[in-house]
Design a binder for this molecule. Sequence first.
Ligand code: ADP
Ligand code: LRH
Length: 471
Amino acid sequence: RTSRRFAAVDLGASSGRVMLADLSDGLALTEAHRFPNGPVRVADRLYWDVLGLYREILAGLRAAGPVSSIGVDSWAVDYALLDASGNMLGNPVHYRDDRTRGVPEQVARAVGAEALYDANGLQVLPFNTLYQLLADRLDDAATMLLIPDLIGYWLTGETGAEVTNASTTGLLDVRTRSWALPLVKQLGLPPGILPPLRDPGDAVGGLRRDVAAEIGWSAPVRAVGSHDTASAVAAVPAAGPAFAYVSCGTWSLAGVELPGPVLTPESRAANFTNEAGIDGTVRYLRNVMGLWLLQECLRAWPGADLGELLAAAAQEPAFAAVVNPDEPVFLPPGDMPARIAAECRRTGQRPPSSPAGYVRCVLESLAIGHRTAVRQAMELSGRDVEVVHLVGGGSRNELLCRFTADACGLPVVAGPAEATTFGNVLVQARAAGLVSDLGEMRALVAGTQPLRRYEPSGDLRAWDEAAARLF
Ligand code: ADP
Ligand code: LRH
């Protein structure tokens, strides 16, 4: 029945998908369409192929068939500018582009790092929207739309800014969840380009007639937690509050869910972020470089098979070399094994000598990154944690799940891999009256999806020693 079917458009940094969820009997998910995503370099600039993504979204919606509503989420921070007629000005730039070099430092000098954190509660990442806007040309810009809001605009003709994703711009007031207009003005940015905010669950609009004709059916678009990480955290299958999460795909977003922000000097020094979650929650977390490290290694080894490499990595010696996954040198695309080797040499370690050795190094390093972020989140927030939920594509990586449990000294519950999609469709289902609150949404995921539990079994002291090499 259409009334219990929902479509989720989920654009990850490595792949996009259109998923179909059916709540007629539990919660069943099918993949209508999946397509690759990644940076496109043109001369000295990195872009997203946003029009290609839009074409694949339309193909996916056509394949999905009629649903009750559609929700769109994507990676955070990136945007398109529209002119006064609603035309896109230029192609959206990829967050791994280096155009913001030096801008965070300039802003810290102008505004003060403390004042900035007190206003937006955000970790400093060079690609936060505010830094990108300051590096951009805004002359003809009438509206800035974050990527899911841009897709929503193309589908419906309606503009707006969904609040969970708006919280990653650096321009949202962390306390009031409205645009931080004094900060916007202080930065010299035009406040008029910021569209009205909307909440997850709000109506976006009906499909444009030409879009409905192209996909063969029509349905309203509904705002969801349009920041993919907000949707993923909403679908973490936790039973109570004593959990940490690692939303693990291209990035690992590791932290806890809180009722309010943590804005202490210690929190700022640890570069923890207070992003907006569903229902007024705060996603208190830090970005860890994530499986990007592995994706870029694989790109350097044409023909390599991920399954075979993971099996070989499990046989490699432990802690031969570990690196800090968050070194800025790993952020841009390029030869990842060479950069890891250079980082090993810089820190007095012998670089791995085979692809399996690199994979082992990446997974141990990531597990240490997860552990450090989870422990700091606990300490800085005072939140008790009994279990770490690892969701996203990384939950399919058994070695990484096991290392994360061992490194944290806590059980890891792995799955679902498509947590983001579940969060997306469950917010739509709630707007349709099919589920009630966050607790019920999580219970539905926990009760219907296969999860795997990893007890910490390794030698915690060995992980302590390896972690001490990095931080
Ligand atoms: P994003 O949303 O950022 O594009 P995903 O959550 O889709 O990322 O996760 C993609 C990552 O998941 C891949 O880079 C890969 O490392 C990992 N992954 C996916 N499937 C598997 C698998 N079968 N085994 C091991 N790892 C996997
Ligand atoms: C993960 C993610 C993350 C952001 C990054 C830009 O896909 O949305 O939460 O920090 O992309």
